[in-house]
Design a protein around this ligand. Structure first.
Ligand code: FMN
Length: 245
């Protein structure tokens, strides 16, 4: 591919299809192993994410052992209880929260803990000298690559963050200088829902694109010199997402 060459029509279609049909999955896992070649492709996609200073500060801890998963699930149960109590005084929201399925730790085929190692190729990491968080941002890029590659392979991913990092560190023997960034549950699924569960159940709506794009400065949502783009975005919001691909 030459530097200016875009993807072909069908390649672009596949690319956007992966983006728009990716879902956070926790309730539709089916019991089917992920073949090693598929898992390797997914992990390799994650490993080819951009990273600050090319530091590649990620590790992927692959977990199948049911006793380990059980301990992680116990951490989830404790943290979920804690988060439910944060909604004390808002009975409607609390009830809604309790009804949500927020993890698939046991039912999924495999769990993956993605970690951040700030010492990788350090201490001087090109590009991380002013904004420390760029290290963790790099790991987030790897996670998104993993999520999209998994979708392309027909594998669902659910991110569980209702966990205590201290529990993960203990259970997975993560050394003190390494930080868990994500705990992911992967597996084949009976379906990829059309909309996020939190949208479908009325927890929150998807915002319009035009409501998150500012012009030239924070907070400026309308500017004459950008009106053609605003109009195009308005049309996008009317039709929503993939209809406008
Ligand atoms: C950093 C992060 C943490 C998340 N933690 C959880 C979680 O603990 N439990 C859960 O059910 N979903 C979790 N999610 C999934 C989001 O709820 C989900 O991405 C969002 O509702 C949009 O749905 P979609 O991913 O299907 O588009 C997390 C997502 C991210 C990016």
């Amino acid at each position: 591919m030459t530097p200016n060459e875009s993807l072909t029509g069908s390649e672009k279609e596949g690319f956007y299809k992966a983006i728009f049909s990716r879902r956070d999955v926790r309730s539709h896992f089916v019991s089917r192993e992920i073949p090693n070649d598929v898992l390797v492709r997914i992990l390799n996609a994650a490993h080819h994410a951009p990273s600050v200073g090319f530091s590649q500060p990620w590790n992927f801890i692959l977990i199948k052992d049911s006793a380990v998963r059980q301990r992680v699930r116990e951490s989830f149960v404790r943290e979920r209880e804690r988060s439910i109590s944060m909604l004390d005084g808002n009975e409607r929201r609390q009830k809604q929260y309790v009804s949500l399925k927020l993890e698939g730790i046991i039912e999924s085929a495999i769990n993956i803990c993605v970690t951040y190692d700030p010492t990788r190729f350090g201490p001087f990491v090109l590009g991380r000298t002013s904004i420390e968080e760029t290290g963790v941002y790099s790991v987030a890029c790897a996670i998104q690559n993993l999520w999209l590659a998994a979708r392309a392979e027909g594998v669902g991913v659910g991110w569980v963050s209702i966990l205590a990092n201290e529990d993960l560190e203990k259970i997975l023997a993560i050394p003190p200088h390494v930080k868990p960034v994500a705990y992911l549950c992967l597996g084949y699924v009976s379906e990829f829902a059309e909309k996020p569960d939190l949208e479908r159940t009325g927890w929150l709506p998807r915002m319009d694109l035009a409501d998150v794009v500012c012009y030239e400065q924070w907070g400026v949502y309308r500017l004459e010199s950008w009106s053609a783009l605003s109009t195009a975005m308005g049309k996008m919001s009317e039709g929503k997402r993939e209809d406008n691909m």
